[in-house]
Design a protein around this ligand. Structure first.
Ligand SMILES: [Zn+2]
Length: 333
């Protein structure tokens, strides 16, 4: 077994996603000593899922050759709403039936270590700021565009949480009053209801049905179910039906981004999540729209870039909030 005797200030980082659990051992410089994932299977209920998560944590500690006693503590990221002070999951929509689960207390019991819990979007922002694309910035806005849209922000060099601990949620900015229903929050016209991977696929299905009814040929529709990647590929090949869906996506995302840029005047916007794998067909138009439509000083101050966390983004975020909250003197900056 490989031992890492010089792992001072390492943390155990846990990420509770709707479809996957992830665990990692992360050092204070952002080096991941071990990383593993497994399915969430949230229908098994909190007791069984958290047992699986804590076992996954023990497995990565074994792989890293790190004893719990060598760790600063445990950081946990999860979709909200949650109470980061009490360490309790309130009623996350991606974990149906989970109500008032005292995750921090259970993690403390499992490992005998201090533990902290934060919204995974907030944690993701902290992770990109401390370890990733946002290193060295003071004002950062982070969006993750995948099944849903999450995110968070670091303002004046501090992770922003808001009054009740779930602030900085960019997915629920209204981009179309009276627009499509938002599955996560129940309102209408949220950014998430237009630009998430789920919404892109849904709107593509609707556009294909409409095209078929009108006898309009389209490259979309050969595959079932359609994905956001199918839409970008077909739009890139010049398909007009896919192009309309993609342009509506870009318009919603740039409308939301411009609001964020105007309100916070960040120096950096970091975009992560599966949909950003589209690359330049996404980032190019967004940069142009922000440059043209955001207010002058904000537009000239901001850069847009893609996240660096990749598959480990959730774990790096959970590690960042653990370092921030459990070792407040150990500030990278
Ligand atoms: Zn919403």
């Amino acid at each position: 077994m490989t031992h890492h005797p010089h792992a001072p200030g390492a943390v155990l980082a846990l990420d509770i996603g709707g479809t996957k659990l992830a665990a990692g051992v992360v050092q204070s410089d952002g080096t991941t000593l071990a990383f593993a994932r497994c399915p969430t299977a949230s229908q098994d209920g909190p007791r069984a899922v958290l047992k699986r998560l804590f076992d996954l944590g023990r497995a990565v500690l074994g792989t890293a050759g790190t004893a719990p006693g060598d760790l600063l503590g445990t950081g946990i990221g999860c979709g909200g709403p949650l109470d980061p002070v009490a360490g309790v999951l309130l009623a996350p929509p991606h974990l149906p039936g989970w109500r008032n689960v005292p995750v921090v207390e259970l993690a403390r019991e499992a490992y005998g270590l201090p533990a902290v819990l934060d919204n995974d979007g907030t944690a993701g922002a902290a992770g990109e700021w401390r370890f990733g694309a946002g290193r060295g910035t003071r004002h950062l806005v982070y969006l993750t565009v995948s099944t849903g849209i999450g995110g968070g922000m670091v303002l004046d060099g501090r992770t922003y949480r808001g009054a009740a601990g779930n602030g900085g949620e960019p997915g629920h900015i209204t981009v179309r009053p009276d627009g499509r229903p938002c599955r996560s929050c129940g309102r209408a016209g949220c950014l998430e209801a237009y630009a998430s991977g789920t919404s892109i696929a849904e709107r593509a299905d609707e556009a294909v049905a409409e095209a078929r009814a009108g006898g309009v040929p389209t490259l979309l529709g050969d595959r079932d179910p359609l994905t956001a990647a199918d839409v970008t590929a077909a739009a890139g090949a010049g398909d007009p039906v896919a192009t309309a869906v993609w342009e509506e996506t870009l318009d919603a995302l740039s409308t939301g981004l411009i609001s964020l840029v105007n309100v916070f005047e960040p120096e950096l916007v970091v975009l992560g999540g599966g949909v950003t794998r589209a690359g330049e067909p996404l980032m190019g138009p967004l940069r142009r729209e922000v440059a043209e439509r955001a207010m002058g000083p904000a537009a000239s101050a901001v850069r847009l870039t893609t996240a660096s966390g990749g598959d480990q983004a959730g774990v790096l975020g959970a590690a960042a909030i653990a370092f921030e909250r459990l070792a407040p003197d150990d500030r990278a900056r």
